[in-house]
Ligand binder design. Structure first.
Ligand code: TIU
Length: 227
């Protein structure tokens, strides 16, 4: 029972991860239509979205448990203002070169623009009232956001990290969190890259050198402790 026993130990790589669930947040990174739905930014960039879409049910299972125990949940969304004032010229230029410019019109509205369908979190993982939603212009969730303040205000010390893509926004966020003193556990089956090689490399990079950025485990091992 989580109210009596808040410290859990989760078998992980490179060794067991221990955290106090009352000081732990589930972080769900960029599970937006633009990365996980057909016709979104990810697909327009030439990627296969099979992997990013496939982790939705796994994240939902973990999210349901965090909700059931009234634990802290953070959702992030990558995106920009309609006038692109928060989009660096360098990012804009590279996206246009790839054939899917940020702000261009796609089948789900303007690409990566706040308020558009593509920018929205996939329906299955829609944030509920009371959950933290962070809009970020960059890859990392701490850059130009109030995420650190939100976590500090709740006494959060550890993060359980899920979402997409593992080698891009998940990695940037975990690296930023690591530098800010958070212990991060990444769920291998709750994260995805478009390409399996990128997924494997990114996962290994988290836990190598004695958990240089954090720990890696599977949703089942976490759920065993939550149910
Ligand atoms: N959320 C996130 O990872 N943004 C990206 O642009 N990822 C890519 O892999 N392109």
């Amino acid at each position: 029972m989580i109210t009596n026993q808040t410290t859990v130990t989760i078998p992980s790589q490179p060794y067991d991860f221990a955290c106090d669930l009352n000081k732990t947040a589930l972080v769900i990174i960029d599970m937006q239509n633009d990365f996980c739905a057909n016709g979104g930014f990810g697909e327009m960039l030439g990627n296969d979205i099979t992997n990013t879409k496939s982790i939705i049910p796994t994240i939902k299972q973990v999210l349901d448990q965090f909700r059931a125990h009234n634990l802290t949940v953070v959702h992030t969304r990558e995106g920009h203002e309609p006038d692109l004032s928060d989009c660096p010229e360098s990012k804009l230029k590279r996206s246009k070169r790839q054939g899917a410019g940020i702000g261009d019109s796609g089948s789900m509205g303007r690409i990566l623009i706040k308020g558009e369908k593509g920018h929205a979190i996939v329906e299955e993982l829609t944030p509920e009232p009371g959950e933290i939603v962070i809009d970020k212009p960059g890859k990392g969730a701490f850059y130009q956001t109030n995420l650190l303040e939100e976590l500090n205000a709740r006494g959060i010390e550890s993060l359980i990290v899920t979402g997409v893509t593992t080698h891009v926004c998940v990695h940037s966020t975990v690296r930023e969190a690591n530098d800010r003193g958070f212990d991060c556990l990444v769920l291998e089956d709750g994260t995805a890259a478009f390409d399996e090689d990128d997924q494997q490399a990114a996962i290994r990079m988290f836990h190598q050198q004695g958990a240089i950025f954090g720990w890696v485990s599977h949703s089942a091992k976490l759920l065993e402790q939550l149910k």
